[in-house]
Structure formats: structure tokens, C-alpha cells
Design a protein around this ligand. Sequence first.
Ligand SMILES: Nc1ncnc2c1ncn2[C@@H]1O[C@H](COP(=O)(O)OP(=O)(O)OP(=O)(O)O)[C@@H](O)[C@H]1O
Ligand code: SF4
Ligand SMILES: [Mg+2]
Length: 318
Amino acid sequence: MSESLLNVSNISISFTQYVQGLNQRNLKVISDLSIDISKGEIVAVLGSSGSGKSLLAHGVLGILPRNANLEGKMKYKGKILNKELKEKLRGDEITLIPQSVNFLDPLMKVADQSIGQYKDNEDKKIKKQKQRKVFEKYGLGEEVDNMYPFQLSGGMARRVLVSTALLSNPELVIADEPTPGLDEKAVQETLDYLKEMADDGVGILLITHDISAALKIADKIAVFYAGYVIEIANVSDFTGRGEKLNHPYTRALYRALPENEFKLTEGHQPLQGDEIECCPYVKRCEYSIEKCHKSIPELKDFNDRKVRCFKCEELDGD
Ligand SMILES: Nc1ncnc2c1ncn2[C@@H]1O[C@H](COP(=O)(O)OP(=O)(O)OP(=O)(O)O)[C@@H](O)[C@H]1O
Ligand code: SF4
Ligand SMILES: [Mg+2]
């Protein structure tokens, strides 16, 4: 078994909000989330917009907004990933390929921002050489070094972000929606870069709402629904009519792909702020049983996968 890098156990992220004067309320965005990533493994987190994917990334990196509350446990290489360790590893062993190219400083030349801080001239020289080598690898010629972000095409900006993440020799890369806005060729290119990194032993957390992109390179897919991980499936399970997928929502997502049945499920996810006291999928589920309406299922092992569903628990007991 390959070496474990990141273990996230039962984390929840909520926001304290002020409503009507000094009254506070707690808005839960992520509930009871558990996920593991090993060396060389690509785990995709798949969820719709606003489902808390970036918050998960920011929680691992320790860059959540000040009004966010994070509960639960995270470990990195077996050590508790606390605030101090997050600060130490961030931008070094653990790097982020951010969701938006707006993370690039518009007023700074791209090579300078990729290199970042240096101790002295010697350190600067070494980092500059490394930056050039990595840029070259990603098809960014010397002329790019002195460009400002507004002079880059979308694909070039994306490659600058990937290169910047790689410059620190990361062991874990969190790629937050690395493909939107790119043409088909640039999407494939970006996915290939991530795959290459994983082949070199880097663990990748790929955050996306694009199931097709996730299926192209991931080993495992964790599906988010209403702030819960409802299934962690192997990529090889996404085949045929989805018979190997266990949760009804994962199957519905897969069948909704244009290359499959293009069949959309009626209804919508619970809204943020809705109190969830039963299975979050119950209103859309054709298999619901009595207890689905009474409590929230846990994420449990089933058929060597993980799934949050009472029906699967029953089948497991048969
Ligand atoms: N500072 C904040 N205060 C209150 N709520 C917040 C704050 N930041 C984020 N949220 C809430 O958390 C939710 C999840 O945000 P997040 O950015 O993680 O979603 P996402 O899954 O990354 O969406 P997308 O696919 O659009 O990037 C948002 O819908 C928002 O309501
Ligand atoms: S727990 Fe019940 S309602 Fe929820 S997905 Fe499973 S069968 Fe459907
Ligand atoms: Mg996001």
C-alpha cells in the first residue's frame, strides 16, 4: 500500500454570521467530511458550485476566512496538521493551484512572482534557474518571464500557476478547479500535468465540478452533496449504466452525462442554512426507507467503497 499523505477525519466547516443586530447564527457548509490521499494518488472532489470545495482546500492549507470555524481532525504524514504545521508546509510541501488566475499579482512580472521570496543573491540565482527550467518544461519561453499577467493567454496563465506550484517540489498539490475557461486542448494539457506529477509520487487533491475531467485522471472520486461526502468511489466504477456506483446521487450524476443517458434528476440540493436532520438526498431518492427520513446516515464501508446510505447498510447486512 502506498504511503499515506493526508487524512481528513470528520471535519466540519461553518460560519458565524450576525443576523438582526447582535444575534448570531451558525451556517454549516461542510459536515462530517473524511477523505484520505496517498503518495502518487489523485483524489477528485466532485461537487456543484457553492458546495464547499474551495473551503475544504482552504481548510487544509489554513487560509480559511476569519469568521469560519473548522472542527475535526487532519493529519499530514501521520502528524496532526495544526495551524503551525499548515503554515510551515503551505507553499512548500503542500501547494495550491488556485481556482482563479486572479491569484496572480497583476503588477508583478510572472517570473518574479513564481520565484517568490529569496534569502540572498545566491538563493535568488538558484531559484531563477529552477524557475526557468520548470517554465521551459511547460512551454513558457524566456520572453514570458518579463510579462505581466494581463499579457498572458488563459492557457499560459494556467501554466504559470502550475509551474509556480511545482517550484517548491510539493508532495501534496491541491488543484482547485484548474480547468474552467480553458479550451479542450488546454484542459487536456492541464490534466496531463497533474497526472505527470502524480506519476512522480505527488498526491493530488483535484477539486472540480467537471465529472468528465475527474474521470480522465483521478484514482478515486469523492462526491459532495449538501456539504456531505456521500460516496467515495473508484474511477473504474464509473462504467456501463453506473451499476457499480452505490449512492443513488452518484448514479444520477453519471447517467446525466451527455455521453450516457443525459437524464437529469428532478429537484435540488437542500439550500445552505437548511437544517439537515435526515438523509440530505431523501427528497429526490426513489429508494428511501423509513429511517432515511429520521436521521443522517454515516459514511461507511460498503463493497470496498465508502457510501453514506441506509439502503446500502441494509443490503450489507443481508
Ligand atoms: N466568508 C464567508 N462567510 C460566509 N459564508 C461563506 C464565506 N465563504 C464562503 N461561504 C459560503 O460557503 C459556500 C461554499 O463556498 P466554496 O467557495 O467553498 O464553494 P465551491 O464548492 O468552491 O464553489 P465553486 O464551485 O463555485 O468554486 C458558499 O456558497 C458560501 O455561501
Ligand atoms: S439513505 Fe435513504 S434516502 Fe438517502 S440515498 Fe440512501 S436510500 Fe436514498
Ligand atoms: Mg471553489
